[in-house]
Design a protein around this ligand. Sequence first.
Ligand code: ATP
Length: 221
Amino acid sequence: MNIRDKQFAVIGLGRFGLSVCQELTDEGAQVLAVDVDEEKVKAAMNFSTQAIVANCTIEETVYELKLKDYDMVMIAIGEDINASILATLVAKESGAKSVWVKANDKYQVKILQKLGADHVIMPERDMGIRVARKMLDRRVLEFTELGSGLAMTEVVAGSSMMGMSIGQIELCQEEGVQVLGFKRGPNMTKAPSMETVLEIGDMLIVAGPQPVLTKQLKTLS
Ligand code: ATP
């Protein structure tokens, strides 16, 4: 299914909910933004397909939102745990297929899971893990065999690669190895210039003869 055909609902438009809305909208998805606070809804109008004022702890109101027609519902009500719990319960009861909920601590995670939330996130913890992973030196993410003796891998640049150009990385100098892509933040560049200077967290997508990659990856990991 094309991303443009995907329908998302985001309930709770604090900093977190609003950035979820914005990113989904930027990616071309259909996004319904909901908050009990009219000002928050106004602020979300530019970052969503439709923005509605509604109190999502009220059963009838949630049923009117027809959440069952959405591919995913994100409940991003942080502070008010009672509202978050109730909104999750009602969203599930109204037939929403996939309900993601933001939690503040591990106790909320447990409760929300028991209530049937399909996915519970703790943004601070999850981001902490992601940042720590990025801080780890030269972390290798994936290694995929392509057949005919070739393989593909993703390599995240650690501090030892910082300031080096792609062409200076030993792996990229090996015969038959090609750098297919380069990713910095959300931006992917195909066949990047070998002069590109690396920063920590940059990702290289590299293909080449499997024995060569295996040998090089051992020195990287
Ligand atoms: P942030 O995301 O900014 O870090 P937070 O997660 O603590 O903060 P809150 O400010 O607690 O978020 O709440 C997020 C939003 O949820 C607020 O804009 C609030 O108005 C909205 N909200 C709270 N209760 C309800 C409800 N019953 N129905 C709909 N929206 C609600």
